[in-house]
Design a protein around this ligand. Structure first.
Ligand code: BTN
Length: 281
């Protein structure tokens, strides 16, 4: 078993605006979900909330459990990248889901998580974040949120899905490493004010519950109009690094499996399921 830090109980120390503290009892005030966020585990420091969530899921944590940390020492991004997770500045969290679906049906969930984070950001800050396929959120062309969905399978069945979300909330420019300063931003930088994390998380958790249930019933189809509206890539020239090599062309649509349809200069359209998109024009 991976040694785990003990969850925070009570006030972790520094006096703060209570709405900016991610303590379970604060978040649960006014949270009207049935299952999502009914168990919240908050830590001061973990390596990665996704890894802690996977460990908790193996130990039987129920559907809807949320794992939060003030800091991650080994935050993970998609495609083997790292995720910078400074203390207290962001929302570093993972949601445990237990869908009765085959593993191949899971990837579109990342798009839905990104969509509902974007909606929560809008409701809390009036900022319109766009989705850079598959699930990065951009504000002013810079990344404000990343989503990492990991699936724990047992043969042909999903045992648990861990949906990790990293939102840069209260970073100033200098809080990002020099490497990230040109490509990353935070809600505070864009809204020009500090943003409280607890209400943002509450709005996100409240939205994700009905969306998850709709996804189980009807798949990605009912989400496609909202995903298209919020897309940063559709209609744009893109270069996509995929495991099969680089693809260049125009991003023309998303399909029901959440794949990005890219039409090249010869008019051939390819459906991409994984990759890193660069927006060209
Ligand atoms: C990406 O943009 O490549 C995905 C970044 C996902 C970061 C979040 S932070 C909380 C959760 N725990 C992790 O280790 N990663 C995700």
């Amino acid at each position: 078993m991976i040694p785990r830090p003990t969850p925070t109980s009570g006030n972790p120390g520094a006096p703060m605006n209570p709405e900016d503290v991610l303590l379970p009892e604060t978040i649960k005030v006014g949270l009207k979900t049935k299952l999502i966020g009914q168990l919240i585990c908050h830590y001061q420091t973990v390596e990665s909330t996704n890894d802690t969530a996977k460990e908790l899921a193996r130990e039987g944590a129920p559907h809807g459990t949320v794992v939060l940390a003030e800091r991650q020492t080994a935050g993970k991004g998609r495609l083997g990248r790292t995720w910078e997770s400074a203390f207290g500045l962001g929302m570093w969290g993972s949601l445990i889901l237990r869908p009765d679906l085959p593993p191949e049906s899971i990837p579109p969930l990342g798009l839905i998580i990104a969509l509902e984070v974007a909606e929560a950001i809008y409701l809390e800050t009036a900022l319109t974040a766009l989705i850079r396929w598959p699930n990065d959120l951009l504000l002013g062309g810079k990344k404000v949120c990343g989503v990492l969905v990991e699936t724990e399978s047992e043969g042909l069945r999903v045992r648990a899905v861990v949906a990790g979300f990293g939102i840069n909330v209260n970073h100033s420019f200098e809080d990002f490493s020099e490497d990230l300063r040109m490509t990353a931003t935070s809600l505070r930088l864009c809204a020009r004010r500090k943003v409280s994390r607890a209400p943002l998380l509450r709005v996100f958790l409240s939205a994700i519950e009905p969306s998850y249930e709709l996804f189980l019933r009807e798949g990605l189809l009912p989400f496609l109009p909202r995903l298209r509206d919020r897309s940063a890539v559709l209609g744009r020239g893109v270069s996509v690094e995929t495991p099969q090599g680089r693809r260049r062309g125009k991003a023309i649509d998303l399909d029901e499996q959440g794949r990005l349809l890219v039409r090249d200069q010869n008019g051939c359209t390819e459906a991409l399921s994984i990759g890193q998109v660069k927006i060209l024009r």
